[in-house]
Design a protein around this ligand. Structure first.
Ligand code: KFV
Length: 363
């Protein structure tokens, strides 16, 4: 999960699916529509926002983190999930949209996912996915997000302008001419278990492309590893078949007077048809990544070891598997736990090495 890789993005996506399963009366992992076909809670927009102090590269082995998640209703077809991730120890919190979208807590990593229920229109292809709300999906009890924060504004712009910016801010200058690479889908790694291009793979493909761009600019692998991703937004416009080849067009802009501060825009298309598959805008700093503040990390690690000893029981008795996730829904005097927890908007989880299959505890 650690190391700034797309595996952590995958983990965040799992938290979205788990939160929706907990709070919306539908097991997302087995959802079907009225025709009995599988409905997938597909990722259509994903944003991750950090700071130089807390970003994808700062989380390390053994760090104990805490995730607060909250859902917002967007009709029967879609749903928005906000996750706030920080070092464990400060206690879970109720996510307030105004505070969330101000991104003012440098010690938090913010993740926003907008998902739509989709199904294949033709079982032989990943093209032409169509809307498909599953049976039993409950959403009316969810709070509404104030319109100013709606992700619709961002992804409408991305679809229209093929960038999350209508035009680049005037304090930025272009780094080089647009650069395009091709990527052949790797069917041994890139697909999920139902044969769609896995949503987190889009991020790893963009990283792969960015490294080629980096080399094109005569930059080193070392400086690539030292980059700090402050913000990345990705709008999923389509999926692709396992034999697809992607064309990925990149452009970069530096800040005037601060050339290490860069924005990179990606437009991903199917090479054969030209069909647009994704748009992403990345804000990064070139420089060395920083770890979590040492004192908090040590405290958190000690707490996590105690938690593992106290709570972790592996069903197969394999004590060497370093994995434990405690998940808890806020207790309430209200007997309807799901509704109460929705109102409180609090689901929190502690994660250690989650690339190993996790045991869900204390739910
Ligand atoms: N994000 C959010 N909303 C979108 C959207 C996007 N990328 N594209 C379209 N929409 C909205 C659009 O604003 C409109 O909403 C509605 O979808 C229909 O728009 O509220 P509104 O205004 O009615 P259309 O008709 O213009 O778009 P359509 O042709 O229907 O295509 C929509 C969609 C979502 C089917 C298409 O954009 C698509 O196929 N996107 C790719 C999704 C995808 O493949 N995601 C990764 C899947 S893998 C995955 O999620 C998982 C769970 N996994 O494990 O790998």
């Amino acid at each position: 999960m650690c190391g700034g890789s797309a595996l952590f993005i995958g983990q965040i996506g799992d938290w979205t699916w788990e939160t929706v399963s907990l709070l919306c009366g539908t097991n997302v992992f087995t959802a079907t529509n009225k025709h009995g076909a599988p409905s997938y809670l597909s990722f259509c927009y994903f944003r991750i926002h950090g700071s130089p102090v807390m970003n994808l590269s700062t989380i390390n082995f053994g760090d104990r983190i805490q995730v607060s998640s909250r859902l917002f209703g967007f009709s029967s077809e879609s749903i928005l999930t906000l996750h706030k991730i920080k070092a464990a120890g400060v206690g879970p919190e109720i996510i307030d949209p105004e505070e969330f979208y101000s991104f003012k807590d440098d010690h938090s990593l913010y993740a926003e996912t907008f998902n739509r229920w989709l199904t294949r229109s033709d079982s032989r292809t990943n093209e032409n996915l169509i809307r498909s709300s599953p049976l039993g999906f409950e959403y009316r009890h969810l709070p509404a997000l104030p319109d100013t924060y709606s992700p619709r504004h961002a992804y409408y712009r991305a679809r229209r302008s093929l960038s999350f910016f209508d035009r680049m801010p005037s304090d930025r200058v272009s780094v080089t001419l647009p650069f395009t690479v091709e990527y052949r889908i790797d069917l041994t790694r890139d697909l999920n278990c139902v044969g769609l291009l896995y949503f987190a793979t889009y991020f790893s493909i963009l990283d792969w492309a960015l490294l080629r761009f980096w080399h094109h600019l005569d930059r080193t692998d070392h400086s690539f590893l030292g980059r700090v991703v402050l913000d990345q937004r990705l709008c999923y416009l389509g999926n692709v078949n396992a034999d697809g080849v992607l064309s990925i067009r990149m452009e970069a802009w530096q800040k005037v007077g601060a050339p290490a501060d860069e924005m990179v825009n990606f437009v991903v298309a199917d090479r054969e048809s030209g069909r647009k598959l994704a748009v992403s805008t990345l804000h990064l700093l070139r420089g060395a990544p920083r770890r979590l503040p040492r004192d908090r990390a040590i405290v958190a690690k000690e707490a996590s070891r105690r938690a593992v000893r106290a709570q972790c029981s592996q069903p197969d008795g394999n004590r060497s598997a370093l994995c434990c996730r405690a998940s808890e829904v806020e207790p309430s005097a209200d007997s309807d736990v799901r509704r109460a927890s929705t109102r409180i908007g609090r689901v929190y989880q502690d994660v250690i090495f989650p690339q190993v299959p996790c045991v869900l505890l204390g739910q």
